[in-house]
Design a protein around this ligand. Structure first.
Ligand code: SAM
Length: 260
């Protein structure tokens, strides 16, 4: 696999600020953003506000990697896609690692395909020579009260069109985990799980964890979020504890498991 080129830092003394008005769980958004603007003025540069993160004095690495910035920006379709730049960069860096080991890439929970497309575009679709499997029901959301905009008849076809020319991406429509049967790889380098459901995520781990190769990575998109997502962490912690694994909780809300 030809890897994305390294971007050397040209101006060590300069760090970027990133601020978008997309966070969740606010009781008074207007006051929150006014206070955040004021807080940003009190902080050293290198701030990130968005996706329920407020950090400062950081390098903001996602925005230093030119190939990533292009892949992320070209694939943003809504405000949430912009806000989760840091989450997307965690995925891109995991993909960089996993591209160099045996096994395919798998995403369970594709929706509009933005994370898959961002990763493949980070490499360049002509350079990406692994198979990337994406599983979703697409046209409806089986998780109660969790349908996303546009999840109706025709979404699967629309997303297939979005991947026209991406010959290494295989989108499989159907309910997980059943849709994996006879239609999934035996060796997995990168497993991204983003189903918003403890029950379905555990079912996918039951089916796929043993196929993740040593050195491979599992990324749980909602692992560290509280509220309705907390049940996922609770179920996953118990599942991994039985196997002597512990999940790295990230401030982005993701969880990472390194397979040995
Ligand atoms: C948060 S979205 C995925 C977003 C995507 N990973 C991204 O970053 O752009 C979650 C998706 O999981 C799908 N999903 C949830 N449970 C599922 C199941 N049991 N089988 C198939 N798809 C499922 C939903 O239809 C929805 O499209």
């Amino acid at each position: 696999m030809i890897l994305p080129p390294f971007t050397p830092i040209e101006h060590p003394e300069r760090v970027l600020n990133f601020m978008v008005r997309t966070v969740w769980g606010l009781t008074d958004p207007q006051r929150f953003y006014a206070l955040m603007q004021e807080a940003q003025a009190l902080c050293v540069p290198g701030t990130y506000l968005g996706d329920n993160l407020f950090t400062w004095g950081k390098s903001n690495s996602p925005f230093e990697d030119k190939r990533f910035v292009a892949a992320w920006e070209n694939n943003c379709q809504n405000d949430a896609d912009r806000a989760i730049a840091w989450r997307r960069y965690i995925l891109a860096c995991a993909a960089f690692h996993c591209a160099q080991i045996d096994g395919d890439f798998v995403e369970c929970g594709v929706y509009r395909g933005t994370s898959i497309k961002t990763i493949v575009d980070y490499f360049g679709k002509e350079n990406f020579d692994k198979t990337f499997w994406g599983y979703d029901t697409f046209d409806y959301n089986p998780v109660e009260h969790h349908a996303f905009e546009g999840q109706t008849t025709g979404l699967y076809q629309e997303i297939q069109q979005r991947f026209a020319g991406y010959d290494n991406v295989r989108l499989v429509q159907g309910l997980l985990p059943q849709s994996l049967e006879g239609n999934s790889p035996e060796r997995i380098a990168l497993l991204h799980i983003d189903l918003n459901s403890a029950e379905f995520e555990i079912a996918v781990l039951d089916a796929l964890f043993d196929r993740v190769v040593p050195g491979g990575m599992i990324i749980l998109d909602d692992y560290e979020w509280s509220g309705q997502y907390r049940l996922q962490k609770i179920a996953e912690d118990a599942w991994f504890a039985e196997r002597n694994y512990r999940t790295f909780p990230l401030p982005t809300g993701q969880g990472i498991v390194l397979k040995r």
